[in-house]
Ligand binder design. Structure first.
Ligand code: AMP
Ligand code: MG
Length: 502
């Protein structure tokens, strides 16, 4: 289906009940920008459950989705714009980045009363495109669709996938690739880099306006507090500490934790060269552009802290008129982040090994297991899932130990663990259920994503993409019919590097 650009119809007026607030902020916050037309848009996927949750008209979107989600038809009530932001990319500050290939159509208030952004990614150039074409290739669009929905099903705060369309136009990267547009839903797209944009310009009023907007939208409980901006800083740090702990617990590597890719809402955003660890190693890096391992698996908590320090710098003028006092207060937050991260991480790791109460030695017990996994080249996901399996009748530990290169090396740890479990209050069946709720059977394994992308790009075959979405929607259930999806890659299937969407 093709449509001429920017037409609006009576029908789509009800498709998306927009209620835009970002567009009412001062003009330096964004550039108004309509999407560019696509020649032959085709709706690949509509997330109907999410559309329902957002209060959208699903029937209208099924009919008009190709036109709307390609950017050809700007629905009534949309106020398309590209957001301004800056950011540290691999430690280097870039004072102006902004949405170079993303256009915010507008916001809706969902069925739970939460305001959500609807954004097109890949719908053409904006004033922030620099030398980029403003377009996206099908592969990265499918990757973001799969991984963001998998993260959601795993229970990790994340932006969501509402739709994927192909444009019918080629995009030129190293190869010529089919073009696509991804429709992203987010609590908001405000980043650490959004604050940095105003700080870099010495625009204290802009920072205050942004901070007030963020408190209203994401942290309303802080309104009227004595020191709202310091409280905001603390609240953002707390959400990031909790988020990054969740990433580590499921083996997720974001890949590009630049400050422009860290949200203020606490959602995971920008699934570029992200990947999940298969064989566990704390130093794992996948991203082709992360030469020095800055964003390696186990570096993520420290990078989170580094990014939050950059956020703190932008908030100093709001925290206290006295610079020394402002710095001291912000430093306390940064220091607490380390403890909050450690708290969230250990709490989650305790649950992964089946503990409901706490003992001093638990950290050591967890670290000993991770060290064994690393030495024993165990598959992170499979090993924890099999550890849950040892709670089955018969208490079979062989399956678990078989995940390790040298199963016999596990014995002392298993003895120690059993002994620790004897002092934990949970009944065995209760523990088994609890462990299965935090140790997924299914994660979006890189080789499966690559296979799904390859079939779509080369053969216009979306069946693997669909199958993967189905499996990953229930990551904590056994789904015996999908057992092959639990398996790590064969040596030949292993994905060693992932690439950005650009
Ligand atoms: P990302 O790597 O997706 O976080 O993007 C970093 C910056 O590059 C953002 O400002 C993007 O908007 C911009 N960008 C990435 N790809 C493109 C593209 N194809 N065209 C224009 N801008 C882009
Ligand atoms: Mg980004």
């Amino acid at each position: 289906m093709t449509s001429t650009p920017f037409e609006t119809t009576a029908l789509d007026a009800s498709a998306i009940p927009f209620d835009n607030s970002y567009a009412r902020l001062p003009p330096q916050f964004f550039a108004r920008q309509a999407p560019s037309a696509a020649t032959a848009p085709r709706l690949i996927k509509l997330n109907e459950a999410l559309a329902e949750e957002l209060g959208l008209n699903v029937e209208a979107l099924k009919r008009e989705g190709a036109a709307i989600f390609s950017g050809n038809l700007v629905p009534a009530g949309a106020d398309p714009l590209a957001m301004a932001y800056a950011g540290h990319q691999f430690g280097q500050f870039v004072p102006q980045l902004g949405d170079g290939r993303a256009i915010l159509l507008g916001e809706v208030v969902d069925r739970n009363g939460k305001r959500r952004d609807i954004q097109l990614k890949g719908a053409g150039q904006t004033p922030f495109s620099r030398r980029g074409d403003g377009r996206a290739a099908l592969g990265p669009v499918l990757r973001e669709y799969i991984v963001s929905e998998a993260m959601h099903a795993l229970g990790v705060p994340t932006t969501r996938a509402l739709a994927a369309v192909t444009t019918g136009q080629p995009v030129y990267r190293e190869d010529i690739l089919p073009g696509a547009v991804f429709t992203r839903v987010a609590a908001s797209h405000i980043r650490v880099g959004t604050f940095q944009f105003f700080a870099a310009r010495g625009d204290d009023e802009g920072i205050r306006t942004l901070a007030d907007y963020v408190i209203d939208r994401h942290y309303p409980e802080l309104k009227g507090s004595d020191a709202p901006y310091l409280a905001l800083y603390r609240a953002v740090s707390e959400r990031q500490a909790a988020l990054i702990a969740r990433w580590l617990q499921i083996g997720f590597i974001h890949g590009v934790m630049n400050t422009d890719n860290m949200t203020i809402s606490g959602e995971t955003i920008d699934f570029g060269p992200c990947a999940f660890v298969d064989t566990y190693h704390a130093g794992t890096v996948f991203s082709s552009i992360d030469q020095n391992g800055r964003y390696a698996y186990a570096n993520q908590p420290a990078i989170g802290q580094w990014n939050l320090a950059r956020l703190g710098e932008t908030l100093l003028p709001l925290i206290d008129a006295d610079v020394d006092r402002a710095v001291e207060a912000a430093n306390a937050v940064i220091k607490d982040y380390g403890e909050r991260f450690q708290h969230h991480w250990l709490a989650g790791m305790r649950r992964k090994i089946g503990l409901a109460n706490t003992e001093e030695d638990d950290l050591d017990l967890v670290q000993a297991l991770l060290a064994l996994m690393q030495d024993g080249e165990a598959d992170f996901t499979l090993a924890f899932r099999r550890l849950s399996g040892t709670m089955e009748a018969g208490m079979d530990e062989e399956g678990f130990a078989a995940s390790f290169k040298d199963p016999a090396a596990l014995s002392p740890w298993l003895d120690r663990w059993r002994e620790r479990l004897s002092r934990d209050p949970q009944a065995t069946l209760q523990r088994k259920a609890a462990m299965r709720r935090v140790n997924p059977a299914f994660i979006p394994r890189n080789h499966r994503i690559e296979q799904a992308i390859q079939a779509a790009v080369e053969d216009d075959d979306f069946s693997l993409f669909e199958a993967l979405l189905r499996v990953l929607a229930k990551p904590y259930e056994d789904q015996p019919e999908f057992e092959p999806y639990t398996r790590p890659p064969q040596p030949a299937e292993r994905v060693l590097q992932t690439f950005c969407g650009t």
